[in-house]
Ligand binder design. Structure first.
Ligand SMILES: NC(=O)c1ccc[n+]([C@@H]2O[C@H](COP(=O)([O-])OP(=O)(O)OC[C@H]3O[C@@H](n4cnc5c(N)ncnc54)[C@H](O)[C@@H]3O)[C@@H](O)[C@H]2O)c1
Length: 346
């Protein structure tokens, strides 16, 4: 059996625990080093996952120079993705980085370039693609059952769901609000189903109307410094297709509305619950699967395992930086359009 892939972590907070559990189940990989600037987070992860103190670091540069790593898993807050990713690639590791890849297209370009220069893989952890529903929808689209997709809808609209934990609402750490937290999941999923068309313009509205005043939510409103609690956008692509995007942590709605929908010339797919819409022989049908080969998928396991296998085979990256760059360019344009109050070029 080949030598186990040596994995190191930068950031050992909330989501890192899901990644650590996933790596723990992958037979040909071993987590050998951890880094976190918070000594408590570092210690508790080291104890839980059995990483010896001599391979636990407060500074990722020290970890990268002291430990020989095949893979670095970056699970820091959004604004601290780009620098450790570039450093890890330059140190010769392949990098799996949490979503959103970074907080500007420029940073994502630097990450892609660092991977190219070092001949190492960069993958962005878009876990939704690896879920049962995500795989099933992609399967339907790839089988040609939807035909030519000309409109997509990506919505993650919480009514009262501002995170009261972590650094989500802190601009310095997270840069953006619901767009970067939950919007990027459904945006990536819709773009994945549409095969990443080239975006040309975005017309967006960004609003902060509810999360910055007292409400039944538990977050500290004084710490709320991200620009939006709700964003809505229309993205137009070079080939004439369009995508509607909506993301909110707080919005006055009758119910939470989470959906990825793509509509094509032959049919449509919905992500939740996975549904295939088709007209056949004079009948319009909604099909919901009763069982499929994708049932019971563990998204985080599939995500980490897909990366491990890509590293073993020498590529391609299961979620390449080039795709994350398109997603990030759209998100940059959403904020810019919202700020200017008019359509902008991507
Ligand atoms: N895929 C998902 O479903 C999902 C869910 C939650 C969060 N996330 C993403 O994961 C990332 C982290 O979110 P989280 O909820 O785990 O945050 P968190 O605050 O729980 O954990 C982040 C950790 O990174 C550490 N850290 C910060 N800067 C560092 C640095 N320079 N070097 C080393 N460690 C550093 C912090 O001390 C903290 O322990 C975010 O980008 C977020 O968008 C993804």
């Amino acid at each position: 059996m080949a030598k186990a892939l040596r994995v190191g972590f930068i950031g050992t907070g909330g989501i890192a625990q899901a990644h650590l559990a996933a790596w723990d189940k992958i037979a040909d990989a071993e987590v050998v080093a951890l880094c976190d600037i918070n000594p408590q987070a570092l210690r508790s992860s080291a104890e839980k996952w059995g990483v010896p103190a001599e391979r636990c670091f407060a500074d990722y540069r020290k970890m990268l120079s002291a430990v020989d790593l095949d893979i670095v898993d970056v699970c820091t807050p959004n604004a601290a993705h780009a620098k450790p990713t570039v450093a890890a690639l330059q140190a010769g590791a392949h990098v799996l980085v949490e979503k959103p890849a970074a907080t500007s297209a420029r940073e994502v370009e630097q990450m892609i370039q660092a991977g190219k220069d070092a001949g190492r893989l960069l993958m962005v952890a878009q876990v939704m693609r690896f879920s049962t529903e995500g795989q099933l929808c992609k399967h339907w689209v790839s089988q040609g059952l939807v035909g030519e997709i000309y409109w997509g809808r990506a919505e993650y609209l919480r009514r009262r769901g501002v995170p009261a934990w972590g650094a989500f609402i802190d601009k310095a750490a997270s840069a953006g609000g619901p767009c970067y937290d939950i919007g990027v999941h459904v945006l990536d999923m819709a773009l994945h189903l549409m095969d990443f068309p080239e975006p040309v313009t975005v017309s967006a509205g960004t609003y902060l109307k509810i999360a910055n005043r007292p409400s039944l939510m538990k977050h500290d409103i004084k710490r709320y410094t991200v620009p939006e609690d709700f964003a809505v956008a229309l993205v137009r692509f070079a080939d004439g297709r369009t995508l509607s995007l909506g993301a909110s942590w707080a919005l006055n709605l009758r119910e939470e509305t989470n959906q990825v929908l793509v509509c094509g010339t032959k049919g449509a797919v919905y992500l939740w619950p996975p549904t295939l819409v088709q007209e056949e022989n004079g009948v319009l049908t909604n099909s919901t699967p009763q069982a499929s080969i994708f049932d019971g998928a563990d998204g985080f396991y599939n995500e980490c395992n897909a990366f491990a296998q890509a590293v073993r085979k020498g590529g391609p990256s299961p979620v390449p930086g080039e795709q994350a760059l398109i997603t990030q360019r759209i998100l940059d344009a959403v904020y810019k359009s919202g700020e200017k109050g008019r359509e902008v070029r991507v």
